[in-house]
Design a protein around this ligand. Structure first.
Ligand SMILES: Cc1cc2nc3c(=O)[nH]c(=O)nc-3n(C[C@H](O)[C@H](O)[C@H](O)COP(=O)(O)OP(=O)(O)OC[C@H]3O[C@@H](n4cnc5c(N)ncnc54)[C@H](O)[C@@H]3O)c2cc1C
Ligand code: FES
Length: 357
């Protein structure tokens, strides 16, 4: 966007105050946006009973993604916007490409069930730029091992597709765990790729058909395993098993991890003293601080702040701390600065705290 265009937009926006320009534009067409990034669903299919594949066409603000990164998708359900993270499964793409998401529906999952059952071609969803550190390094490693379980296939498939598209010359070992052949959304493509690409070693384990869960011997026969870049994404038990193996086998290459869920609910140190009141000034609500994260306490107070990952990755729960001291429950660090942005899902109050939600 040129500086002149940006200036014209700012002037127009100033004249339509109090509502941002996008609130007016969306009355004409929700894809016609000045600042907000959105995406229209242009294709939907259900490759397996528990998954839905969405092809999204982003608005002009989209800058593309690196293989393995994730986006935040904002979905309005019953008038309330809910944000969740999803990793595009398509190869790394530029600003002009569609995005492919594969969403696994969880029985008690609010957003995943909605997308699996109620998403329609033509729906317009909120979209963030891609982010996250789980991606291919800028310089291709000499050998790559991809390990995924269940819905964790999406970022590693993006990596695999990117390597194939760029004619990567090193060895790729792709180990995937899925209950049965009927649950594998990309079975035909993976089988075809393995037949076409001599440097791809595909190892699918059907866990309910005796394929077993990860053990070190599932990586047997990889000549340069010791120096390979290993990427793992899947349930916590798989991630832990791969990490333990990587450590015990003294592998020298980097281990890249992407978690879709926290291994355990984020807990607060029981030895920390709990005192003070937690106020949510924009909602005229206050509760006695019970020591849990601010997101948990806000929800218990009947508020519905936005969240995505609930483990400090995506920043969708970020809100302004007006005053008070908070402790990051992951790092233990405290912060007493006023009028600062904090992530509600990984911060707990230390004494009186006021949050602007
Ligand atoms: C970086 C990142 C990338 C992600 N990429 C994808 C992706 O490409 N495809 C995809 O399908 N999902 C992906 N997820 C997971 C996704 O963001 C949601 O967490 C998931 O869809 C469940 O949301 P929900 O609203 O349906 O469930 P919620 O209503 O938020 O949760 C309902 C229940 O489901 C459980 N639950 C939530 N997520 C999972 C999970 N992954 N496995 C098992 N149980 C779970 C919760 O513990 C809870 O009990 C990603 C998550 C992160 C953090
Ligand atoms: S919900 Fe993702 S950082 Fe808090």
């Amino acid at each position: 966007m040129s500086i002149l265009n940006r200036w014209i937009g700012s002037v127009v926006e100033a004249t339509v105050t109090p509502h941002p320009l996008d609130r007016y534009l969306e009355l004409v067409d929700p894809m016609l946006t000045w600042r907000d990034m959105r995406a229209r669903v242009v294709a939907i299919n259900h490759p397996t009973p528990r998954t839905v594949r969405l092809r999204l066409r982003p608005t002009r603000q989209w800058r593309g993604h690196r293989a393995g990164q994730f986006v935040q998708l904002g979905v309005v359900i019953d008038g309330v916007r809910h944000t969740r993270c999803f990793s595009p499964a398509n190869a790394a793409c530029d600003a002009h490409s569609d995005i492919e998401l594969l969403v696994t529906s969880h029985d008690d999952g609010f957003v995943s069930r909605h997308l699996a059952h109620d998403a329609r071609v033509g729906d317009v969803l909120q979209l963030s730029q891609a982010g996250g550190d789980f991606h291919l390094p800028s310089i291709d490693p000499t050998s790559i091992v991809l390990v995924s379980g269940g819905s964790g296939i999406t970022p590693v498939l993006s990596i695999l597709r990117t390597l194939v598209a760029s004619h990567y010359g090193g060895r790729i070992t792709f180990v995937h765990y899925v209950p049965s052949a009927a649950d594998l959304a990309y079975r035909a493509e993976l089988t075809a790729l393995a037949a076409l690409e001599p440097n791809l070693d595909l190892r699918i384990h059907y866990t309910r058909a005796g394929g077993g869960h990860f053990t070190g011997d599932h990586l047997d026969g990889i000549d340069d395993l010791a120096t390979a870049d290993v990427f793992v994404c899947g349930p916590p038990s798989l991630m832990d098993a791969v990490e333990t193996f990587h450590h015990d086998a003294e592998l020298l290459g980097p281990l890249h991890r992407e978690a879709f869920t926290a291994a355990a609910p984020i807990s607060v140190d029981p030895d920390q003293p709990v005192s003070g009141d937690l106020s949510f000034s924009a909602s005229s609500t206050a509760v006695a601080n019970d020591g849990r994260t601010i997101l948990d306490q806000a929800e218990s107070a009947g508020l519905r702040p936005e969240f995505g990952c609930r483990m400090g990755i995506c920043f969708s729960c970020t809100a302004t701390k007006v005053s008070g001291c908070t402790r990051n429950v992951l790092t233990g660090e405290t912060d007493s600065e006023a009028d600062t942005q904090i992530q509600l899902c990984v911060n707990a109050p230390v004494g009186d705290v006021d949050i602007r939600i």
